[in-house]
Design a protein around this ligand. Structure first.
Ligand SMILES: Cc1cc2nc3c(=O)[nH]c(=O)nc-3n(C[C@H](O)[C@H](O)[C@H](O)COP(=O)(O)OP(=O)(O)OC[C@H]3O[C@@H](n4cnc5c(N)ncnc54)[C@H](O)[C@@H]3O)c2cc1C
Length: 239
C-alpha cells in the first residue's frame, strides 16, 4: 500500500494553438475566410507577436469564446479520490477516470495529507487505518466473489485518500476558470498542487494565453474571498 503524490503529464494539446486562436479571432472581423490565410499563418508569415497582440486586445474586451477552440489533455495520477471529486465539478471538461468497479484495489495506493505526514502520531493512526481498510476490502471481495460484482461492492469501504488516475481535457477558456479557482490559496492543497503543475505546462505551451493566468486576485487586484482571504491582496467581498 504505497503512499503517493500528484503527477501531471500533458498527453496532447491542439496543434498550432496560437495560430488557431488568432484565426478564430480574425474570422469574427474579417469579410473573407480565414481558411485562405491559414497556410500563411502556418508558414510563420504573420509574426507570433502580431498574433499575440490581437489575442490580448480582444480578450481584454471580454470576447473570449475563440480560445475555446484550443484544448489540453492531461493525465493525472497519484491523486486522491478527494481531488478527483473536486476536479469533476468543473463541468466544461471531459474526463476518463480509472474505475473502482473493474480495477482491483487490493493494496491500493493512497495519498497522505502533508499535515498528517508531518505528525508521527497522526501518520501512525492514518496508515493503520489504511491497512485496516485494505484488509476489509480483501475480506469483502473474498466473501462476495461468487456474486460476480465483488469489486463493485467491496469498493464502498475505500477511503477518499485512495489514489486514482484520471484523464482530463479542458479548453483554454475552461482552464482559465479552473486556474482562477484552483490556484487560489483558498483551494484545497492537493488540487492546488495539481492546478499549479497544469498551469506551468500551459504557460510553457501557450504563454500568450496563460502567462497572466492564476488566482482571481491577480486579475482583479483585490481578493474577493472577504474574511477568508489569505492576505496577498486587500480583501473585498465579491459583490
Ligand atoms: C475554494 C472552493 C470551495 C468550494 N466549496 C464547495 C462546497 O463546499 N460545495 C460545493 O458543492 N462546491 C464547492 N466548490 C465547487 C464550486 O462551487 C464549483 O462547482 C467548481 O469550482 C466548478 O467551478 P465552475 O462551475 O466555475 O466550473 P465549470 O463547471 O467548468 O463551469 C464553468 C463556468 O460555466 C458556467 N456554468 C457552468 N454550468 C452552469 C450552469 N448550470 N448554470 C450557469 N452557468 C454555468 C459558469 O459561468 C461557470 O463558472 C468549491 C470550489 C472552490 C474553488
Amino acid at each position: 500500500m504505497p503512499e503517493t503524490s500528484v503527477s501531471v503529464t500533458l498527453l496532447a494539446h491542439t496543434p498550432d494553438p496560437l495560430a488557431l486562436v488568432y484565426a478564430a479571432f480574425r474570422q469574427c472581423y474579417f469579410a473573407g475566410s480565414v481558411a485562405d490565410m491559414w497556410p500563411r499563418l502556418l508558414k510563420g508569415e504573420i509574426s507570433r507577436q502580431k498574433q499575440a497582440e490581437l489575442v490580448d486586445r480582444v480578450m481584454a474586451s471580454g470576447h473570449t469564446s475563440p480560445i475555446e477552440h484550443v484544448s489540453f489533455t492531461f493525465a493525472l495520477s497519484g491523486v486522491s479520490r478527494a481531488l478527483t471529486h473536486q476536479l469533476v465539478r468543473h463541468r466544461i471538461a471531459s474526463y476518463s477516470q480509472q474505475s473502482q468497479r473493474y480495477v482491483d484495489a487490493t493494496d491500493f495506493d493512497y495519498v497522505i495529507p502533508p499535515k498528517i505526514a508531518a505528525n508521527p502520531e497522526a501518520k501512525k493512526l492514518f496508515t493503520a487505518c489504511m491497512a485496516q481498510v485494505g484488509e476489509a476490502y480483501t475480506a469483502l471481495k473474498q466473501l462476495l466473489e461468487e456474486g460476480g460484482s465483488a469489486k463493485e461492492d467491496a469498493r464502498f469501504v475505500l477511503p477518499q485518500a485512495a489514489a486514482s488516475r484520471i484523464v482530463v481535457t479542458m479548453n483554454c477558456r475552461s482552464l482559465l476558470n479552473f486556474f482562477e479557482h484552483r490556484t487560489c490559496m483558498r483551494a484545497q492543497w492537493e488540487i492546488r498542487d495539481a492546478a499549479g503543475k497544469m498551469l506551468a505546462i500551459c504557460r510553457d505551451v501557450l504563454p500568450e494565453i496563460f502567462t497572466a493566468a492564476g488566482p482571481r486576485c491577480e486579475r482583479l487586484g483585490y481578493c474577493p474571498e472577504g474574511s477568508f482571504s489569505c492576505g496577498r491582496f486587500p480583501a473585498r467581498d465579491a459583490g
